[in-house]
Design a protein around this ligand. Structure first.
Ligand SMILES: [Ca+2]
Ligand SMILES: [Ca+2]
Ligand SMILES: [Ca+2]
Length: 467
């Protein structure tokens, strides 16, 4: 696998849509340099000597905002340039977009991008006062330019007063979106067959522009089974539990493809994915999770899982489809062996003095080979050990332990025990198997057989008689 290229440095204007601070009607407010001011405009600076910026709320004097609830007028009290200086990496491709509108008629504004203080005009915009004009473009940071100024300059306004007119809104200037996915399997493991793993995936947009149409998909890892009803957006837009059903909320589980799907970001619904803001706006990004159960067949294996996100860069003229892939989450699963024991006797009713032959069979139903296999089968009182056929393994009549150590997956072994009935009564004999590995089904690890021993017939001798 090749190393992915490093994330482009996040470059983005602050407060590009002029939504901060909230204003009522038209307000003249200090620019971001006026740190002593209680109410000022974050992000933006102006060359005006009074440092004032003019913000309008949606609908003021009949002018609707192009995006959100507020917009700006280019010049407050005097002709000036509205700008932001951004740290930039030479060679980076930056995108810009904006809405522009005239106030009293046709207004013209210039966009300058370059070294602070230089007149690096990119283009001019002329719009009337009946609708917003929408413009996009790109700019590649030249060699050696580590700070780039993005600036609006008034050129002319209908009515001749350059301090009236040139409305601006929805301004973006910065790098493309760049989603990074991180994935965690919780708990870390190693785990046992039957345990539950929570997969938690975080998407962060380390780029500048919004990651549009963000869809996160995760195939349920092989060797695990999805836990129904475990979809959740843990953090970020639309946080909360989600149903497995498709279309009713932002997440679903598709049994056909065995994958979970999340529509992420602001504005996401059951039918539409949303937009994930950059980490300047949403530092934690958004996090989702779901759970799986470890299948029996995964004993002794590693579970591997990778999540994928698709999204779009819509800063250019046409949407650019992009993909992000998480690192692999690896979970070790401890070996498991389902041992089972069955016990039988050749006769369940005998007479004192007779021999009982027991057969104890141990089986390994997998999924892995078993180690440390021991069957404990202690003869009850009233039955005395005669002999054992114990290969493989060894049977010790003193403690009743049949030590096999290893038993291959699918393998079985049988112990034949012969014992003599020494007194009358009902005697239950139990065999129990244990091993070093996890047994996913302990119910079949013990088995018993009961033998009824009748008294010997009274006897005897040549003069006696049986009844
Ligand atoms: Ca706005
Ligand atoms: Ca759902
Ligand atoms: Ca078992």
């Amino acid at each position: 696998m090749s190393t992915p290229p490093p994330a482009p440095r996040r470059v983005a204007l602050v407060n590009g849509s002029f939504e901060q601070p909230a204003v009522n009607g038209v307000e003249f407010l200090p620019d971001a340099s006026q740190t002593q001011a209680a109410k000022k405009v974050p992000g933006w600076l102006t060359t005006a000597s009074d440092h004032m910026i003019e913000l309008w709320s949606n609908g003021t004097h009949g002018v609707p905002s192009a995006e959100g609830a507020q917009f700006a007028e280019l010049n407050a009290n005097e002709v000036s340039t509205l700008y932001q200086d951004l740290p930039t990496t030479p060679g980076t491709k930056l995108y810009w977009r904006l809405y522009h509108r005239g106030r009293q008629g046709q207004d013209t504004m210039a966009l300058d991008i370059g070294v602070p203080g230089s007149a690096a005009e990119q283009r001019t915009f002329t719009d009337g006062n009946t609708s917003w004009g929408y413009y996009t473009g790109t700019y590649t940071v030249p060699e050696g330019q580590t700070v780039t100024r993005f600036a609006f300059r008034s050129v002319s306004a209908a009515g001749g007063n350059r301090s009236v007119g040139n409305f601006l809104d929805g301004v973006f200037f910065g790098t493309a979106p760049h989603v990074e996915l991180t994935k965690a399997a919780i708990p870390a493991g190693p785990l046992e067959v039957g345990d539950v793993i929570t997969y938690r995936i975080t998407a962060r947009n380390e780029g500048g522009g919004g990651a549009e149409a963000l869809v996160l998909t995760d195939r349920i890892p092989e060797g695990t089974t999805y836990v129904p009803g475990s979809l959740r957006i843990v953090d970020g837009p639309n946080a909360g539990p989600k149903t497995d059903r498709k279309g009713d909320d932002q997440a679903s589980y598709d049994a056909g493809t065995d994958q979970v799907v999340f529509h992420l970001g602001d504005g996401a619904t059951g039918s539409q994915p949303g937009s994930l803001p950059n980490t300047g706006v949403l530092p934690g990004g958004t996090t989702v999770e779901y759970r799986v159960t470890i299948d029996r067949a995964s004993g002794g294996k590693q579970l591997r899982n990778t999540a994928t996100a698709t999204y779009e860069n819509r800063l250019g003229d046409t949407p650019e489809p992009l993909t992000a892939t998480s690192g692999e989450a690896v979970t070790e699963v401890r070996p498991a062996a389902d041992l089972a024991v069955t016990k039988a006797a050749d006769a369940t009713t005998v007479t004192v003095g007779q021999t009982v032959t027991y057969r104890v069979t141990v089986r390994n139903d997998g999924p892995n080979g078993a180690t440390g296999v021991t069957v404990t089968d202690r003869l009850p009182e009233g039955l005395v050990f005669l002999s054992a056929t114990d290969s493989p393994g060894t049977y010790d009549p003193a403690d009743g332990r049949w030590t096999l150590d290893e038993l291959a997956e699918g393998g079985s072994a049988t112990l034949v025990l012969r014992a003599k009935a020494t007194r009358a009564g009902s005697f239950t004999n139990t065999a129990t198997v244990t091993g070093d590995d996890t047994d996913p089904d302990p119910h079949d690890n013990t088995d018993s057989v009961t033998v009824c021993v009748r008294p010997a017939p009274s006897c005897c001798g040549p003069c006696g008689s049986e009844e």
